[in-house]
Design a protein around this ligand. Structure first.
Ligand SMILES: Cc1cc2nc3c(=O)[nH]c(=O)nc-3n(C[C@H](O)[C@H](O)[C@H](O)COP(=O)(O)OP(=O)(O)OC[C@H]3O[C@@H](n4cnc5c(N)ncnc54)[C@H](O)[C@@H]3O)c2cc1C
Length: 388
């Protein structure tokens, strides 16, 4: 019988294995991984560069120390995002896998855990190939986001089978789909302040580059806002989503009155077409879209108040998010009050542990989600190996 069996060779599973194994710890550790190689998602993080963590995260020093001890040399950018120095996610995967295997961890790939039962103080893990028994298990199966990397939400069913509660799941860190037809804006990128409204009130805002697609908007600021689109328990999707809208301020540095005055002055100039009132403020496609929507025939007939509104309060009705395939994270998961967050052990079942995205945590872009995976993996690894 194994001492420790870890389900999932992703970020948290590998961190836990490296922490729990090794000669002096004397534990037999196995990782069972669904995909053909470990760390498929990890290798794709940060566009292949792997934004490991962020210096603004709590417990970041534990993560930095963990990687320093493994020989991963890092650099930090102006926004606190930490990357391996050479910006190669695959080097992080290699280092972790190599460290785990050198410490005696067996990584069994192409093997899917289907069911786990606990009997007589040991766990019987049924996979698509065989049954394995272990004294302690760690569910490090990730969430439901980006299932092409093996994460199709299996951990939630396992958690529920042990009596755990799973908070409502939603794809987050993804683009937002809107009601308006944005075909003519496809490909436009602008720096702006984006506000998320619920029932007409602003609940969150974020500045950054907004990218227009034919059916919606994306970009890091939009992805971060997607975390705040939350349907209430039992609320039907169509009803819940209708309560949300987005408002874009394309000129946040300039107030409404100041913009109106600026436009009055511009009206005295011979700028050619009416839409050129916004020349050098907005890209041409966006100017055209706004003027088409306002249905303006000549510069003299422009309602400056409406034009200012269109620049500073550009409203979009939200119809959904881009969904699981392109989401970078899962909101919801195994409820935190059912887990001892110092050890990551279940408060319901002894010797059952959770780490990574499977728990009810999601952070913004910038290294926060991998930080959650490392730190919970390290804590679980220590606790399972009794080296707290
Ligand atoms: C494209 C993309 C880019 C991202 N970039 C960043 C970034 O730069 N910085 C950042 O902080 N976060 C980033 N994230 C988020 C981050 O990758 C995840 O939050 C993190 O990997 C979660 O770690 P984890 O250990 O919980 O799960 P994962 O790393 O997803 O690993 C879970 C593993 O479990 C395996 N598994 C699942 N079910 C089973 C089963 N039944 N049996 C056996 N194995 C199973 C899966 O195959 C997978 O290998 C990104 C996400 C995506 C999709």
């Amino acid at each position: 019988m194994l001492d420790i069996c870890i389900i999932g060779a992703g970020a948290s599973g590998l961190a836990a294995a490296v922490t729990a194994a090794g000669k002096q710890k004397n534990n037999s550790v196995m990782i069972i991984e669904k995909k053909d190689v470990p760390g498929r998602k990890l290798a794709a993080t940060g566009n292949g560069k792997c934004n490991l963590t962020n210096i603004h995260c709590t417990d970041v020093n534990d993560t930095l120390l963990f990687f320093e001890e493994l020989g991963v040399y890092t650099r930090t950018d102006g926004e606190g995002r930490v990357y391996p120095y050479c910006s190669q996610a695959k080097d992080v995967v290699y280092t972790l896998v190599n460290a785990a295997e050198s410490a005696g961890v067996e990584i069994r790939t192409d093997c899917t855990v289907e069911k786990i039962e606990k009997k007589d103080n040991c766990f019987r893990i049924k996979t698509n190939k065989e049954s394995i028994t272990a004294k302690k298990i760690l569910i490090a199966t990730g969430g439901k986001a980006a299932p092409q990397f093996g994460t199709s939400g299996d951990g939630y069913a396992i958690a529920k089978s042990f009596g755990h509660t799973v908070a409502r799941l939603a794809p987050v860190l993804t683009g937002i789909e809107v009601h308006e037809d944005l075909k003519m804006l496809k490909g436009v990128r602008v720096k702006a302040l984006v506000k998320l409204l619920k029932d007409g009130s602003v609940i969150q805002e974020e500045a950054g580059e907004v990218q227009f697609n034919e059916d919606g908007i994306s970009g890091i600021c939009v992805m971060n806002l997607s975390r705040f689109i939350k349907l209430e328990d039992g609320e039907a999707f169509a009803e819940g989503i209708r309560r949300y809208s987005a408002e874009i301020d394309f000129l946040p540095e300039v107030g409404h009155e100041q913009l109106e005055n600026m436009l009055i002055k511009r009206m005295q100039l011979d700028l050619g077409s009416p839409e050129n009132l916004l020349i050098s403020i907005l890209p041409q496609q966006l100017r055209r879209y706004i003027f088409d929507t306002l249905n303006v025939a000549s510069a003299q007939k422009i309602d400056l108040c409406k034009l200012t509104e269109a620049v500073k309060c550009f409203r979009l009705g939200i119809t959904g998010t881009k969904g699981w395939k392109v989401a970078q994270c899962t909101a919801g998961g195994v409820k935190l009050d059912e887990i001892n967050m110092d050890t990551m052990e279940s408060r319901i079942v002894d010797d059952l542990y959770f780490a990574g995205e499977v728990i009810d945590y999601d952070g913004p872009c910038g290294g926060y989600n991998l930080q959650n995976a490392w730190i919970t993996g390290i804590k679980a690894g220590k606790a399972m190996a009794d080296v707290l």
